[in-house]
Design a protein around this ligand. Structure first.
Ligand code: PLP
Length: 425
């Protein structure tokens, strides 16, 4: 495996790899994690699928498209080592989580759902809606920072033990959380909840995982998951609108979609009379060209970077080196100190003078407008600390020098940016 490129190899803001992507020349994207980006070659392929679909709509929607969706499901199943019959496609992880929580469980008032304080906002919103409409109850275990895996597992065990016989019916965990970002020990967490209630339905939100971190749904360690969803448009270079949902065969906690119930797609279409996988394959007339590009996006990675493991290992090495370098330049620290708990994104605490939102917002705007660099920031919500941090993403089109440039420009902007005075109301 190649080491991450050294900081002396280039001072240009557009690397040679970046030219493979639709990103603007000269733009430094330190936030791949939010929306991903797509190779030019794949964008061109998608345009050619659009021409085919529009050229003969009936042929596309009645026949050709279904061959593409089956091919895409096979590519995804191979990528995550799953049986193709267990994999369906969706537009995004939000659709998957909504579909599961809104259809797979026949909620009873007082049912409990266990989640961590790092759960993605969308998941919390759906659960809050179920609290209000179905009377479910949430058990939220706090993740503290700096992060320690041992401490987290102890907190979850403590929370479950304190519930005695009223154990959660569902547990929902992120595999890689968003803000703050960390690899959560999902196998161990699933094991804990199933030790307390073997019928607990375990849902894993792996939105950030495919292409960023090892995923083997056929392995022994995954056998306690009931649902797993992952996005492909973040780290697998597909066009926007590509995600998958894996369901465990023979799960005790739910059924697959059928006329009588079971997990459904958000939209039940005219083709719902067919099988579980077809219910998901067609959800009404819309643009399905992104899904048709999935096999090509996966092949594109193999052609350019040999395989996903090599690419994600390179990105992991880069983000560990880069986040440590930024923290050293700022005299701060990482929210997740151990490299083994970091995938391809990392959070660096910002310097004391930048510890307020108004200041960070101004720096973010000036960094974008004046230097064409984009980054995101957030704040920890744990009770032991409330600190502002930046979340940085590594990707093949980035080099260490760009993170160093960002870190020193951040300090320059900090010394020259005055946040507006707090309002006196
Ligand atoms: C952990 C996590 N889950 C779910 C999502 C939602 O993904 P999407 O917007 O593609 O549905 C995100 C998006 O960033 C995420 O970070």
């Amino acid at each position: 495996m190649d080491p991450p490129p050294s900081s002396t190899t280039s001072s240009s803001t557009t690397t040679s790899q970046q030219q493979l992507f639709a990103l603007q020349p000269g733009f430094t994207n330190l936030n791949h994690g939010s929306f991903g980006t797509v190779p030019l070659e794949i964008l061109a392929l998608q345009a050619s699928f659009s021409r085919i679909a529009e050229g003969k709509p009936d042929a596309w929607f009645r026949t050709d498209y279904f061959e593409h969706v089956d091919g895409a499901r096979k590519s995804v199943a191979t990528l995550v080592n799953a049986d193709v019959g267990d994999v369906v496609l969706l537009e995004n992880a939000s659709s998957a989580i909504n579909g599961i929580l809104r259809s797979a469980v026949n909620w009873q008032r007082g049912d409990k759902v266990l989640l961590l304080s790092t759960a993605y906002r969308m998941c919390v919103e759906v659960l809050d809606w179920l609290v209000n409409t179905a009377g479910i109850e949430l058990v939220v275990v706090e993740v503290k920072f700096p992060y320690s895996q041992t401490e987290l597992l102890q907190s979850v065990e403590g929370a479950l033990a304190s519930l005695h016989d009223a154990q959660p019916r569902v547990a929902l965990f992120s595999h890689i959380s968003s803000m703050p970002t960390l690899i959560e020990p999902v196998e161990e967490l699933a094991c804990l909840v199933k030790q307390h209630n073997q019928d607990c339905v375990v849902i894993i939100d792996g939105a950030h995982v495919p292409g960023a971190h090892h995923l083997d749904l056929g392995s022994h360690s995954s056998h306690l998951f009931d649902f797993y969803t992952g996005n492909l448009h973040k780290w697998c270079f597909t066009p926007k609108g590509c995600a998958f949902l894996w369901t465990r065969p023979g799960s005790r906690g739910f059924q697959r979609a059928g006329k009588e119930g079971g997990v459904q797609p958000l939209v039940i279409s005219s083709r719902a009379e067919y099988s579980y996988t077809e219910r998901f394959a067609y959800t009404g007339t819309r643009d399905y060209t992104a899904w048709a590009c999935i096999p090509a996006s996966i092949e594109w990675v193999k052609r350019n970077f040999e395989c996903f493991e090599i690419m994600s290992a390179r990105n992991h090495a880069l983000i560990v080196a880069a986040s440590r370098r930024v923290a050293a330049l700022w005299g701060t620290s990482l929210l997740v100190p151990e490299a083994s708990n970091i995938a391809v994104m990392a959070d660096v605490v910002v310097p004391p003078l930048a510890q307020n939102e108004a200041q960070l917002k101004l720096i973010q705007q000036r960094m974008d407008l004046e230097y064409n660099i984009f980054f995101v920031y957030g704040k920890t919500n744990s009770s032991n600390s409330a600190v502002w941090f930046v979340r940085l993403s590594a990707q093949v089109y980035l080099e260490l020098v760009q993170f160093e440039t960002f870190a020193s420009l951040f300090l320059d902007l900090l010394s020259s940016t005055q946040p507006p005075p707090p309002s006196s109301s």
